[in-house]
Structures are given as structure tokens and as C-alpha cells.
Design a protein. Structure first.
Lengths: 243, 274
């Protein structure tokens, strides 16, 4: 099989987490999740899965302004969404605000965007952060933009589903508020993941190697997926190789 | 009639008083950038800048030029070009006060104003530190089953909404198409100041298709013509962003001296165009 890049591996990993999803929305600064959404759509046969990309004109049918994404999510019309984080902790809390003691931060990030809402309301939120290091995956975030779990009285149909990094895939167990290591990207071991992760996590009974994208998947990524994502992320698309 | 409300860019900028709460759209949705430069030239001060719900280059410019006392936003970023450098520096140093928010909270608080309500309740947010750093937000109980806790978001009533649009008609109605966050902003604000690519000698309300995407002059305080008024940002459906110019901004704005250089260059270019 032809060689593939780490970006292509990550696109394929995330796309597999979108199986059976009816409507996936892609937020700001999310080229790899966006490509994964288009890949999942292409593999689903094209017509059964709706992909909404913020910032797109071709792949965004919202006509009621910026609020429509959030209103849709609150009604249960969005099944999957992506969040990143300057910090992510072992309870699934994400920090998009900054490092240090708020408001006197040592490092300032852009801000919480819609995380404090969509994390509660979208059933399958996939956390994605390519950098997998103790400075990103921390025991406790400095600022909770959005919490991983909520008290039972809080209306919360949504939450974290998995965490994809440049080294591994974790699943999230809501009842325990903990991540479980599910698969290792090529070249990684349980020990190397433990060394690179600042929080404690469980080990799934069947941890294997993250499967490599096959030829058909790579053809999709290098063809229609690349073309679709180029509208919003031209620089990212230019760096994906063509078929 | 549009004649009495049709101003020069300078006169439009002069309508924004120091200390005003100024609502602006995100960088991808009809930013009045030429008017922003005119505001900076006029030396506006102590703005409460409300990003609906996020901003980028526009907020960075106003903050870098010392026009902003408080920024209320869900995020400020230059997107693929990285962090917004003047915003980041000013917030870290405490020179600008930040009211951190989340996108749907800003939309909902503006909708409260649209309806003349004191607040709107929202789900989500509970358990986020945003609730801790926003003492102006309150927890209430849903009075109906399942009686879950909700966050009460006080209405946001901007003094002015400022944005750019493709065109206005001879009566001062403005065509915004599908960019309906502009509609929410305009309804919520006391008045809107709008720059347009052109004023057309038509009546938007006489055409069903145009009327569906039109903001009534009822909400519009003044209009100014500004060709390429969003440049170097995109005007959706009319022109694309000028990527090279945006990259140049991101590079120069990373230092205070570079930012000043960019500003004088942009002002000179704008001056030549007017």
C-alpha cells in the first residue's frame, strides 16, 4: 500500500468516529476534522450524511445567521461536532481561554467560542488536538471553557465521545468521567503514551494499533475530500498531496 | 430618504461617540473595515467593543490603536494566520478589560434586546468558568418541568451596530442577504451605521426576493458609500479576502512598531482611494 502522511492517518481516524452520524458540523480552525467529515460523508454514500462547515458558502445551508448552528444543536439537529483545546484534562474539561490565573494570564488563547454550549448539547463531541504532550493533556485545566461532565440536574444530552491526538485515540467514559486509551498510532506504545500524557487514563482491554488508511480511503482524501476542504482551508488543502 | 442619512465616511465615523458600546460582526461577515480605519483616524476612545460573537482583524486594529476599553467576545483570532497579536498583548497586560463569553450567549443576549426583554435564559454554560468570571450572568430555575438550572443572560443593547453591506436602496434600506447576524445586531442596537459598496436607485421592499434579505431603514441611522469597504477582509458573495494583505497585517501587527507602520500605510492607501 502507498505511504500516507500523519495528517491522512488522523483524517481517517476521525472519519471512523463519525459512523452513522446524520449531521456533522465543523467549527472554526478545524481543517483536519473538516476533511474527516467530508471523508465520512463520501464513504456513507454521499447523500445520507449532512456536513456543515462554518465559514463555507458551499457546505453551509444556514440562512438565519450565526445563531442557527446553536439553535440547531439545542434542538438535537446536530449529531457530531469537534472541539480542540489549549489544554484538555483527564475529566474531559477543555480550556480555550488561556494559561495562568485568570484574568492575569501568562498565555492568552483566542477564547471559548461556542464550546460552553455545544459541548452540552451535541451528542458526539470529538476532541481533537494534534499535539500530544504533558503541556496540552494536563491533570487539571487552568480555565474550564466547557466541562467534560455535568451534575445530573443539568440538561446535558451531549458531551465528549473521544479524543484524537497525533499519537493515539481515547474513548471517554461519561459515567466515570475518564478517558480510556483505545488505539495507538503507529510507532507508539502504552508506555510512550503514558509518558506524553499529563492525566491518568484507563486502558481498554483490546488496545491495538490504529489502522492505517487503505488505498480507497487515500484516494478519497487526495481527491474529493481535498477539493471540498480547499474552499475554507486553501493552505491546508494545498499541503495535502493530490492523487 | 437616503439623502439625509447618506454621509461621508468621516461623518459616519464621527457619529460614534467615545465610550459607546459598538457591535461588530465576525471577520467572515461584512466587516466595515474602511469605517474602522476612519474611526481610528478620528481617535475614538474607550469603546466597549461587542464582537458578534467573535472578531479578528477589526478588533485587533481597534485595540492596537488604543480605541477600546472593554472587549466582550467569544473569541478573537486571525484564524489560519494565528492569534490576533494586539488583542493578545492588550488582554495579557490588562490594558483592555475582557468580558469572556460564548457565541450563543451573545446571540441570545442580543435577541433579548430585539424582543425588549430584560434577559433570555440559556442552557449549557453551567460548570464553565465563564459563569464564575461573568458576575453579570445569573443562575435561575426553569419554572417548568424538568426544573433544570438555566443561565439568565442580561440583554445586550449596543449603542451602535457597525457593518458593511453590498448595497442600499434609495430609501436607506440595506441588503444583507443571508448574513442575518447583521439583522439581529441591527434590531438590538439603538441604531446602525452601515457602509455599502454602492447606493442603488431601487426600492428593495418592492421586490419580494430582495425584501427577504433586506434590513429596513427603520433601524439604520446613517449610511456611507465605501468601495471595497471590507478590504482586506471578504465581502461574502461580492469579493474574496485579500490573503496577501491579511498575511502582511498578521506579520506587522506582531510588534507595536510594525502595527503603527501598518496603520499609517493602510490610512494612506485609504486616503488615496477616497
Amino acid at each position: 500500500m502507498s505511504a500516507y502522511s500523519r495528517t491522512e492517518l488522523l483524517i481517517a481516524v476521525i472519519a471512523r468516529l463519525l459512523g452513522g452520524v446524520g449531521h456533522v458540523a465543523v467549527g472554526a480552525s478545524s481543517p483536519i476534522p473538516g476533511a474527516a467529515a467530508f471523508l465520512a460523508q463520501a464513504r456513507s454514500g454521499g447523500d445520507t450524511m449532512r456536513v456543515t462547515v462554518l465559514g463555507s458558502r458551499r457546505h453551509n445551508d444556514f440562512t438565519d445567521g450565526g445563531r442557527e448552528l446553536f439553535d440547531c444543536a439545542a434542538q438535537g439537529r446536530i449529531d457530531a461536532f469537534f472541539l480542540g483545546g489549549g489544554q484538555i484534562d483527564g475529566h474531559g474539561n477543555v480550556n480555550l481561554v488561556g494559561l495562568g490565573d485568570y484574568p492575569n494570564l501568562d498565555v492568552r488563547f483566542p477564547g471559548s467560542f461556542g464550546s460552553a454550549y455545544l459541548y452540552f448539547l451535541v451528542p458526539r463531541v470529538i476532541l481533537f488536538r494534534e499535539e500530544h504532550s504533558p503541556r496540552v493533556l494536563v491533570p487539571k485545566v487552568d480555565f474550564i471553557s466547557a466541562p467534560g461532565v455535568s451534575a445530573p440536574e443539568v440538561h446535558r444530552p451531549g458531551g465528549p465521545y473521544g479524543l484524537v491526538t497525533g499519537r493515539a485515540l481515547f474513548r471517554f467514559d461519561k459515567s466515570r468521567a475518564r478517558f480510556g486509551l483505545a488505539s495507538l498510532h503507529p510507532g507508539e506504545t502504552v508506555a510512550s503514551i503514558k509518558a506524553a500524557t499529563g492525566f491518568e487514563f484507563d486502558l481498554a482491554p483490546d488496545i491495538g494499533e490504529t489502522p492505517a488508511p487503505d488505498g480507497a480511503t487515500l484516494s478519497l482524501i487526495r481527491g474529493p475530500v481535498r477539493d471540498a476542504i480547499a474552499e475554507v482551508y486553501p493552505r491546508f488543502a494545498a499541503n495535502l498531496r493530490s492523487d | 430618504m437616503v439623502s439625509k442619512n447618506l454621509l461621508s465616511l468621516q461623518a459616519l465615523a464621527a457619529r460614534v461617540p467615545d465610550g459607546a458600546m459598538l457591535a461588530v460582526p465576525p471577520d467572515y461577515s461584512c466587516v466595515a473595515l474602511a469605517a474602522t480605519l476612519a474611526l481610528i483616524r478620528r481617535g475614538v476612545r474607550r469603546l466597549h467593543l461587542l464582537a458578534v460573537p467573535q472578531s479578528g482583524m477589526q478588533a485587533d486594529l481597534l485595540i492596537g490603536a488604543g480605541c477600546v476599553a472593554t472587549i466582550e467576545c467569544a473569541a478573537v483570532t486571525l484564524g489560519e494566520l494565528g492569534p490576533a497579536p494586539r488583542f493578545t498583548e492588550a488582554v495579557k497586560s490588562g490594558r483592555v478589560c475582557i468580558k469572556d463569553s460564548t457565541c450563543p450567549a451573545i446571540h441570545a443576549a442580543l435577541q433579548a434586546s430585539e424582543k425588549g426583554l430584560p434577559f433570555l435564559p440559556s442552557r449549557g454554560i453551567i460548570g464553565s468558568d465563564l459563569l464564575r468570571v461573568r458576575p453579570d450572568w445569573a443562575l435561575i430555575d426553569n419554572p417548568f418541568p424538568p426544573h433544570d438550572p438555566l443561565v439568565a443572560l442580561p440583554a445586550l443593547k449596543p449603542d451602535i451596530a457597525l457593518f458593511h453591506a453590498p448595497f442600499a436602496d434609495r430609501h436607506g434600506n440595506v441588503w444583507i442577504g443571508r448574513r442575518r447576524e447583521l439583522m439581529t445586531m441591527a434590531h438590538a442596537a439603538k441604531e446602525s451605521l452601515v457602509t455599502v459598496e454602492e447606493v442603488r436607485d431601487i426600492d428593495l421592499m418592492a421586490d419580494e426576493i430582495f425584501a427577504a434579505g433586506a434590513l429596513s431603514s427603520l433601524y439604520v441611522g446613517a449610511i456611507a458609500e465605501a468601495k471595497n469597504g471590507a478590504w482586506p477582509l471578504a465581502l461574502p458573495g461580492v469579493y474574496e479576502a485579500d490573503e496577501a494583505a491579511l498575511r502582511r497585517y498578521a506579520e506587522l501587527a506582531s510588534s507595536e512598531a510594525g502595527f503603527a507602520h501598518y496603520l499609517s500605510e493602510a490610512n494612506a492607501a485609504r486616503h488615496a482611494a477616497e
